[in-house]
Ligand binder design. Structure first.
Ligand code: NAD
Length: 281
């Protein structure tokens, strides 16, 4: 079984991003990261994004707010960033604290700056295969890895485990756009093993440590592991038991160093696209 590391995909994407940046006649696209509180997951993602943007020569500004900021104060502050002409893309780290009306924010974000697809307008575009919007970065990272691996999805049987709006559903839509025949599994699926074993391409995004073992994988399958979990020993692991499937699958992405590594490159690609779209407006 081949292991597809995120870094290989990142390298290829970085070259393309740098070429596109050269075509912007000196303009440097600008991402605003908006964070409320200090959740370790958010901080880790933020650090990764800041580092990637630095490497690519793109601008990235972090706007952090106290965990107890009021709903109205946050909404006003968010609106300022949203209306700032110097900002091309906005990454809102979620979930927000409960007292903040997250849905209201998803409705006011300017869709052209919504580079991680929180706006219902961009989500509708993913579902209608309209490429003028932005898909969620992690979901698109899976598609970037599939493309890098050179997998022609046309006519292939693909199974996605997970039906969330950030990963499972958008990945299913994007696989379908590439002409795969898609099955989506979730907590109420009967015979999930069968549905997974039937797949030539398997995307695991359930958030269940090493759930996908040899019982779920068919011979020669391409397996993409989106899950980020902590196992009983405190180690980070994916949804796939990679050692258990190594004699069966054709290719698998590891966790860590897999899909998650590619996500910030998709973020950069989206900010470039947003900057271009705004300049063409
Ligand atoms: P979620 O909890 O919103 O959704 C999980 C989905 O999996 C649900 O639709 C649920 O029905 C399904 N599911 C859960 N247990 C299942 C089971 N036993 N059998 C079948 N289906 C099951 O999670 P999410 O936000 O979609 O994230 C999924 C995973 O991806 C998590 O581990 C998360 O940490 C990880 N993640 C990774 C990245 C990355 O950059 N790699 C980014 C975001 C999230």
């Amino acid at each position: 079984m081949d292991i597809l590391y995120g870094n290989d995909v990142v390298k290829a994407m970085s070259e393309q991003i740098k070429r596109e940046l050269d075509n912007l006649s000196g303009y440097i696209p600008h991402l605003a990261i908006v964070r409320v509180g200090e959740r370790p997951d958010d901080l880790a993602y933020e650090r990764g994004a800041v580092k990637r943007f630095e490497k690519l020569g793109l601008r990235c500004t972090v706007h952090s707010f106290a965990e107890d900021i009021g709903n109205q104060a946050f909404s006003f502050a968010f609106d300022d960033i949203n209306n700032d002409n110097d900002v091309d893309g906005i990454l809102l780290l979620r979930p927000l604290p409960r007292h903040i009306d997250e849905k209201a924010i998803t409705e006011i974000i300017n869709p052209i700056k919504d580079i991680d697809c929180i706006s219902p307008i961009n989500m509708a575009k993913v579902f209608s295969s309209d490429e003028t919007g932005f898909a969620p970065c992690t979901a698109e990272a899976v598609m970037e890895m599939i493309a890098y691996a050179g997998i022609d999805l046309t006519g292939k049987r693909a199974t996605v485990v997970g039906r969330s709006m950030v990963i499972g559903k958008p990945v299913a839509m994007m696989l379908m756009k590439k002409n795969a025949t898609v099955t989506v599994c979730h907590t109420r699926t009967v015979d999930m093993e069968g549905a997974c074993k039937n797949a030539e391409v398997l995307v695991a995004a359930a958030g269940r440590a090493r759930m996908i073992n040899h019982n779920y994988v068919s011979s020669g399958a391409y397996v993409f592991d989106v899950g980020i979990n902590v196992d009983d020993s405190g180690y980070m692991c994916g949804d796939v038991d990679i050692d258990d499937i190594s004699d069966i699958a054709r290719l698998c992405t590891p966790v860590p160093k897999g899909v998650g590594t590619v996500t910030t490159s998709v973020l950069a690609k989206h900010v470039l696209k947003a900057a271009k779209m705004r300049r063409e407006q």
